[in-house]
Ligand binder design. Sequence first.
Ligand code: GTP
Ligand code: MG
Length: 229
Amino acid sequence: MTKSFRIALAGNPNTGKSTLFNLLTGLKQHTGNWAGKTVDLKAGTFTFKTNQYEMIDLPGTYSLFSNSKDEEIARDYIVFEKPDVTLVVLDATALERNMNLALQVMEITDRLIICINLIDEAEKMGIKINEKVLMKRLGVPVIKISARNKSGIPMLLDTIDRVVTGAIQCTPYQMTYDEETEKKIALLLPTVEKISGNKFPARWLSLRLLDGDTNLLQQIQQKITIMEG
Ligand SMILES: Nc1nc2c(ncn2[C@@H]2O[C@H](COP(=O)(O)OP(=O)(O)OP(=O)(O)O)[C@@H](O)[C@H]2O)c(=O)[nH]1
Ligand SMILES: [Mg+2]
């Protein structure tokens, strides 16, 4: 039986998201509106094994706060549209800088794959990446690819298949903040959990509360009212 799944592509600008998107979806592309935003996101479809996938090419961002429209679009898609899997595309030549976004996505969802792209460039520069160590430390699949050279793609597709079907369970590493922040999170968490249930990631939401992100909180309130109404 054919099942359909949605994949979001997130990552810093210029990490090769669109190159990967074009490689996988080819000419089967369209645009659409999501998460109540009047913005067109590129989507495309492909099939793998017996499953149908819709892939969404999110705008490139350095973080997922509300610093810019693009950050809000990417964040809202992951939080409200709840893709079956989020591919976080990282630049192999700037892994440390790119990891920030990956850690943020890991706070929101446990269905993600870290995709280290531009591995051909990294190899030229003599950069060696041990994905097995990363996988262990981060608790999520880490796949090395070159979207331009089309390498690592079969492994990526296979991993996508195994995450969406539940064959792989991710347990993303959760960042620990300073003592003061952790205390505040612990205070907020029970109430946030009560209100958001299992619909939104409660720890992440508590952090946003501490940030005073009122815009996001209004959106959440609206969604909860709609769901209950
Ligand atoms: N060498 C190499 N270049 C790549 C690879 N993947 C993408 N590129 C190049 O990197 C540049 C940026 O690629 P895009 O696919 O446009 O990156 P993006 O993440 O969609 O960028 P934004 O949409 O601006 O966030 C292009 O010149 C690509 O050809 C790769 O695996 N290896
Ligand atoms: Mg792009």
